[in-house]
Design a protein around this ligand. Sequence first.
Ligand SMILES: [Ca+2]
Ligand SMILES: [Ca+2]
Length: 311
Amino acid sequence: MSGHAPRDPNPQTIMNRSTISFSERLRGFLRHRLVASPAGTLLLFVQRSPLVKMLLPEAKLVTSAGLGEIATWTVATVAGLGAYDSVAGATTITQLAPTRGSTTVKATTGKNLTFVFQLSGYPDTPGSWKVTGLPAGLKHADEKNNTIDSVSGTPTESGTFRINITAYQKSGYSGDRFSKSFVMKVAQGAPADPPEIDVLQPAGVHLVDGRSGAKFATTRMGRKSGPLKFTIANTGKGDLTGLNVTLAGSGRRDFKVRQPSARTVAPGASTAFKVFFKPKSKGIRKATLRISNNDPNENPFDVKLKGRAKP
Ligand SMILES: [Ca+2]
Ligand SMILES: [Ca+2]
């Protein structure tokens, strides 16, 4: 008999107090597994082990005659034969929703997901839960003292994610633990509210991405022309974000840009920026004005620039 007082068995247990010695020994074998109540441990073992036929009579024998050594020998043999893992398998974390029983969780960016999971086969209620590997946009409910926990939200990144869930016997992620991995497959969904970029120069003239051009007045080499003002409007339903203006092409050093005053434009709003011609060499100078943005089909938005430099 071990020195400390045994805990009260779970009411549902089939065992009585006379099995505590056996149970304590069994608990010793399984101490790295998620086991709490000694009687509960034995119950799990008896219920779930493939060696149930072998063990159940032994347990009864222990109960009636107190022959703990036989039971201990049996457990040691079971552990040695590799049944140890099947004992651990009695406790499991399963998916309740959206796909009950599956280890794969399917999701789509932009669509709400509620992933519910449950710890079963364990006599105690987990004190705390930990979830790692979630894609952006999802949040762990972080339940306390609950056999059921969940993750919900709207995924914002697509891909395949390995989600690891751990149930802890006690609060603060302590005590015995049990972990389970799930594969979350997040498909790319169409943005519900895309932005729509509209670039105007001069005011009132709508430019076409990759085709339209803007021409500067003839300028002396080394001098700076007057500015051409470009307006960026958002005629879509979602925010136009990530605005950044750069220059490309052979004559990119012959022009100067000032970044738009706003990097994000709300639906129905606009911002503006200026471009100057400051040629370093004579003749016709060309470059491409490149507006980075998050419009689904006009990123980057390109405009051809042209100017003539005189000596
Ligand atoms: Ca567009
Ligand atoms: Ca457009």
